[in-house]
Each structure stands twice: as structure tokens, then as C-alpha cells.
Design a protein around this ligand. Structure first.
Ligand code: NG6
Ligand code: CA
Length: 505
């Protein structure tokens, strides 16, 4: 039987249907502590990052893309909830046994995409607490956690690589835990009789330079004490590989299920402790931190390769970014400072992780969606907190005023269809500064100019600071005295934004 031209059209329609174009899969690859100058496409020459550079060449590279905060927990809180981190208490850097920081029932980027019919998953670093107010039951149900906040799949490390417990959590259970060897965790007092870095520094792979002197696990002094759970402990030199496998498996399973998917792939690199797989040791010439960058780039490559080989690349929006700016010695004397050479982790920016200067939150930020996002460079002001509302529009989800109230819909900027992003951005480093147009305003803050342990400038000054980023991206010339009216305006803006907080349960 010959098909009429009309029938041909119907048969052919699904492949080119608008659904395929407007509801792409979304993969957010979130690096940890990666600086504005740490990858090739942002100017690094001493370390090679071909996979991140490939994303940039095939996508849109933002020069003014930000995390919401200069540390991890608040940045992640904002990305997940669309709320500024200071809206809620306890969004400072969370302990590894903290209770879940985000109340159940909060609208999240994952719950929005679940409503839109997406299969949602998180793989990697969580660091937003688990369990009730007293923390999780490590030997039972570890929830509530990502699964109660809109993620259908969750394979995470609870906090950071340097915080106990050093175990994976698969869904609501510690993966591979033997009930005969229960896991004990405390941040207040030693548990069990395993050596600590404080008492047995000779057992360490490399010494701590600051803190990190509690339980030694796998030759690394950690923050916090733990005992038991031996069968469940991760092996530092394979964490990136284990998580990359989980990410790729999630993509493949979603492809098999035929649903659009959202993957939040939160890399553990390049946070301390730096212990890349032996495949990457001595590959950068920049010491262990540089080797961790190479491993991070490999992780990105694993995802790109999976998308290519499964035929998903064209219909997948990939976003790559970092949760805060860079730090070289974040508490371990692992040789990274000595090997840094001329590499500048924050590039042209001043400050880094923990800092109010741009180095704190201005980070690599790349969007790729072949055929939809024209490759290039964008100066639009965008922030990870804006994904919630931008993805809602992308997927046609109506939101109420209290859903992600601090998230702006910057979809057009993210897709390169507009050069305008959000109108201003509060940047948090234990208290906000604000960026609007060419101006960066840092209100007076006490606390001293330097965190000496990490060699990073805080940006604290008892006088107002105003920088004209159009000619002073490195924030060297405080022009507050020359522009009192701008200082007044931005101070008022900041007060208005931080003022009457929307109710957070
Ligand atoms: C600090 C840790 C640092 C890192 C940071 C959190 C010390 C001395 N420093 O308190 O090593 O873990 O917290 O980093 O313990 S973040 O990227 O997760 O915010
Ligand atoms: Ca971080």
C-alpha cells in the first residue's frame, strides 16, 4: 500500500514535534570550588580542559554568570529553592550530620520539573542536610532528603569530601552498609577508637594546614568523627569515577524510559581533599589541585560522550557551572600552593571562595543546546538561583508568587535570545553585596580584610565600597566617594531586597 503524502506527514511528525524542541532534557553539571580562571575557555593556559572547552565552543559562555553565594551550602540552597540564602537561618556551610535544611513541601527546581513530566535525578554532592532536625539515622532511613524535595532518583555524598561520614547515600539508605558494623557520626565528640589527625599526624597522606584533624579515613584527616560502616566507606581515588558512572546510568535509564529527564550532577571535584584517580595524578603539572581539574573535565566528558552515543545531545540542554569561586589551600598542605606557578584560579577577578569580591561568585557558566542556543559569548547577568523560574517557563509550568520567589526568569538570556539577564544580583558571602549594571556595591562589613588560613581577601571594610566593573573588573579602585548617589541607591536596593523576607517555613 502506498501512503498518501498526508499520512507521510503524520508518520514523520513526532521526530520534529515542537515537544522535542521545547522540552529538552536538562543536565546541570555543578563543579565544586572551580574558579573563573580555572578552565581553558575562561583563559587558563596551564591546565587543559578540553571537554569544558568543547561545551563552550558549542554553546554560550557567560562572562557574568554567578553562583548565589561564595560557599557551597548557600549556593546550593538557592539553586534548589530559588530563594536567597539569607532568607533562611542555617544556610551557612552545613555539617555532615546536619538535618535537612530545606523544609519538605518547598517548591524546588526538581519539583517543578517533576510536575512538567521530567524524570529527575541527583548524583553527587548534596550538602544540604539530611533527616530531621537532629540529623539522619545513618543506620536506617537517612531521609528526608532529595527524594522528599522532588528528585525521583538520588545517589549522593551527604556533604563534602572532607566531612564525615565518608559514605554514599543511595536513595534513603547508606549504600553498602553492613548492619553488623553500624555507622556512628559525631561533630561534637570522638566516636569509636580510630585515630585522629590531631593525635596521629604521621598516619596522614598529607598534613592538614587548617582544621581537618579529626577522624582519619583513608589516610585523610576529616572534619568530624566517625566509626564503623567500614563496608560503606568510599575510596577517595574512585569517587569521581563511581559518580560519573551513576550519572551516565541515570541518563541511559531515562533514555530507555523515553521520558525527558533532569539530571543534577554535582561533581565532587575540585573541592578538598584533592585525591584524583591515579589516571589523573601528575597530568596537569599544577599539582593535585590541577590534577583534580583534569579529572573534573573528564567527568564532563563522560556526560558529553553518553549524550552523543545515546543520540541525546541535540535535545539536551547542558549547563556547566561552579558553586563558588576558587581556593588553593582549603585546609590541606597537599602541595597545590607550591605547584600553582603562574596559574590564576580566579583569572582577572579579585578574591575567591568566601569572598565578597567577584572571585567569590562569578564562576564559569556555560549553556549548550545544539540548534537552539547559538554558540558565542554573553555578558548577561545570570545566576544559578534563576534556573527554577527559567526552567518553569521552558517547560510551561505556571508558578505562584511564593514558588522560588527570588528566582528571575532569565530563560531568554540563558538561551542567547536576549542580552539582558536579571536586573541586579545580591551576592552572598555571609551577608550580601550587590551587582547592578556596571556597579558592584559592598556595604560596610566588619571582620578584617583577609582570611589568612586560605590567603583570600574577604572584601570586608568598614567603609562602603563601590567598583565600576566596566573598567575595573578586578575591583581595585573604590569609587564610593566619587559616586555617593550610586552608593545610596544600591544600599537602598539591598535593604529593600533583604528587608521584609518572604515567609520560609
Ligand atoms: C570550611 C573548611 C573547608 C571546606 C569549607 C566548605 C576547614 C578549616 N575549612 O570550614 O575545608 O570544607 O568549609 O566548602 O575546616 S564548601 O565548598 O562546601 O562550602
Ligand atoms: Ca564549594
Amino acid at each position: 500500500m502506498r501512503l498518501s503524502p498526508f499520512l507521510y506527514l503524520i508518520v514523520l511528525l513526532p521526530a520534529a514535534s515542537p515537544r522535542a524542541q521545547t522540552r529538552p532534557n536538562i543536565v546541570f553539571i555543578y563543579s565544586d570550588d572551580l574558579g573563573y580562571g580555572d578552565v581553558g575557555c575562561y583563559g587558563a593556559t596551564a591546565v587543559r580542559t578540553p571537554n569544558v572547552d568543547r561545551l563552550a565552543a558549542e554553546g554560550l559562555r557567560f562572562t557574568n554568570g554567578h553562583s548565589e553565594a561564595a560557599t557551597c551550602t548557600p549556593s546550593r540552597f538557592s539553586f534548589v529553592t530559588g530563594l536567597y540564602s539569607w532568607r533562611k537561618k542555617n544556610t551557612g556551610i552545613a555539617r555532615g550530620n546536619a538535618g535537612l535544611i530545606i523544609p519538605e513541601g518547598t517548591t524546588t527546581v526538581a519539583s517543578v520539573l517533576t510536575h512538567a513530566g521530567y524524570r529527575t535525578g541527583i548524583v553527587g554532592k548534596w550538602h544540604l542536610g539530611l533527616g530531621g532536625p537532629d540529623g539522619p539515622d545513618w543506620n536506617g532511613n537517612v531521609g528526608p532528603g532529595p527524594l522528599e524535595l522532588g528528585f525521583a532518583y538520588s545517589y549522593i555524598i551527604p556533604a563534602t569530601l572532607d566531612r564525615v561520614p565518608t559514605v554514599y547515600v543511595d536513595g534513603r539508605r547508606v549504600a553498602g552498609l553492613d548492619p553488623k558494623d553500624p555507622l556512628f557520626v559525631s561533630y561534637d565528640h570522638p566516636v569509636g577508637d580510630e585515630p585522629t589527625g590531631k593525635d596521629y599526624p604521621e598516619l596522614l597522606r598529607y598534613p592538614a594546614s587548617h582544621g581537618h584533624d579529626q577522624t582519619i579515613v583513608n589516610g585523610i584527616g576529616r572534619i568530624g568523627y566517625m566509626a564503623g560502616g567500614r563496608s560503606a566507606r568510599w575510596v577517595d581515588e574512585t569517587v569521581a569515577q563511581v559518580l560519573a558512572r551513576k550519572a551516565v546510568d541515570f541518563i541511559a535509564a531515562s533514555r530507555a524510559g523515553g521520558e525527558p529527564f533532569f539530571l543534577y550532577y554535582a561533581l565532587t571535584d575540585i573541592h578538598v581533599p584533592h585525591w584524583p584517580n591515579r589516571d589523573f595524578v601528575n597530568t596537569s603539572g599544577l599539582g593535585l589541585r590541577g590534577d583534580a581539574i583534569v579529572q573534573m573535565d573528564w567527568c564532563v566528558g563522560q556526560v558529553l560522550h553518553a549524550l552523543d552515543s545515546l543520540g541525546l545531545a541535540d535535545n539536551t540542554l547542558v549547563i556547566f557551572s561552579s558553586d563558588n569561586g576558587p581556593v588553593v589551600d582549603d585546609g590541606y598542605a597537599d602541595g597545590s600552593v607550591e605547584h600553582l606557578g603562574g596559574h590564576r584560579p580566579a583569572g582577572v577577578l579579585r578574591g575567591g571562595k568566601y569572598s565578597r569580591f567577584e572571585g567569590g561568585t562569578r564562576v564559569p557558566f556555560i549553556v549548550r543546546w545544539p540548534g537552539q542556543v547559538k554558540p558565542g559569548v554573553s555578558d548577561a547577568l545570570v545566576c544559578q538561583i534563576d534556573f527554577l523560574r527559567s526552567f518553569a517557563r521552558l517547560t510551561g509550568q505556571p508558578l505562584g508568587a511564593t514558588d522560588g520567589p527570588d528566582s528571575f526568569d532569565v530563560l531568554d538570556a540563558l538561551l542567547g535570545r536576549s542580552s539582558t539577564g536579571r536586573p541586579y544580583l545580591p551576592e552572598d558571602a555571609d551577608g550580601p553585596s550587590v551587582l547592578r549594571g556596571r556597579w558592584k556595591y559592598i556595604p560596610p562589613y566588619p571582620g578584617g580584610p583577609l582570611i589568612s588560613s586560605v590567603h583570600i581577601e574577604t572584601g570586608n571594610l568598614m567603609q562602603p565600597q563601590l567598583y565600576d566593573l566596566s573598567n575595573d573588573l578586578g575591583e581595585r579602585h573604590n569609587v564610593a566617594a566619587e559616586h555617593p548617589e550610586v552608593v545610596r541607591e544600591l544600599d537602598a536596593l539591598l535593604r529593600a531586597v533583604t528587608g521584609p523576607a518572604p515567609p520560609v517555613k
